[in-house]
Design a protein around this ligand. Structure first.
Ligand code: C5J
Length: 229
């Protein structure tokens, strides 16, 4: 069994790569590029771009060692029938969900802005989870896909740390999954929320999971590839 051991917070993280999925949360143009949902809420989307290089490295390594890779994408049906009014009305955005923007209708499935950024685009065969909420489990078949693949451990990455990454880690933790969060592969529009969000995961002996940097994780996965060669 390809077991790996990694130094993490709050302590050693041991996992079986055949039962582990790398999950990329919402690496979409709507959150990372100007003119999308993130910017419509008043955020500086440039704050998320530093996530891309380390996450790309981790993604390429995960693919090279045959890890299950799953991508999530927040968005709504074109008729917005799955978008609660309470979500659409929230805040005072310049453009609301469903409004036309430079990348198409804001956070609507099938629009350019709702799609993934080019650098981290899914490969054919990698499951894409279209989710209407913040968590990857809510109103999706994410749980069924994990179960059918025998996955018990998730490496959770993406944006934003304290919203969709955190919600997914909490949902996964309650369902019995062991979650590892490489902090530099997650990003937030708010530095403080990012830092505290990561600390919250690992606090109290790992109340929601484990936190690490991506470099040792990439090295551990890479060692597996070298061993197998
Ligand atoms: C937000 C997300 N922040 N992907 N979504 O609304 O974190």
């Amino acid at each position: 069994m390809p077991r790996l051991t990694l130094e993490a917070q709050p302590g050693e993280f041991v996992f079986d790569s055949e039962r582990t999925a790398l999950v990329l949360i919402d690496m979409q143009r709507d959150f990372l590029e100007p003119g999308g949902f993130g910017e419509s809420l008043g955020n500086d989307v440039g704050k998320l771009t530093k996530v891309v290089p380390p996450l790309k490295r981790l993604l390429e390594t995960a693919r090279a060692v045959g890890l299950t890779v799953i991508h999530t994408r927040e968005g709504h049906r074109p008729d917005l029938s799955d978008a609660p009014p309470a979500k659409i009305e929230r805040g005072m955005p310049a453009q609301r969900i469903g409004d036309p923007g430079p990348m198409g209708r804001i956070l609507v499935r099938g629009e350019t802005g709702q799609d993934f950024i080019e650098a981290l685009y899914p490969l054919p065969g990698e499951p894409v989870i279209d989710k209407p909420g913040k968590g990857a489990f809510y109103a999706t078949d994410f749980g069924a896909i994990l179960k059918h693949r025998g996955i018990d451990t998730l490496i959770v990455t993406g944006v934003t740390t304290e919203v969709c990454v955190h919600t997914t880690v909490r949902e996964a933790n309650d369902r019995g999954y062991r979650c590892l969060v490489p902090g530099d592969c997650c990003g937030s529009y708010f530095d403080e929320f990012h830092e505290v969000g990561l600390r919250m995961i690992a606090a109290q002996g790992g109340i929601f999971g484990w936190v690490c940097r991506s470099a040792p994780l990439v090295a551990a996965l890479d060692a597996l590839r070298v061993q197998a060669a």
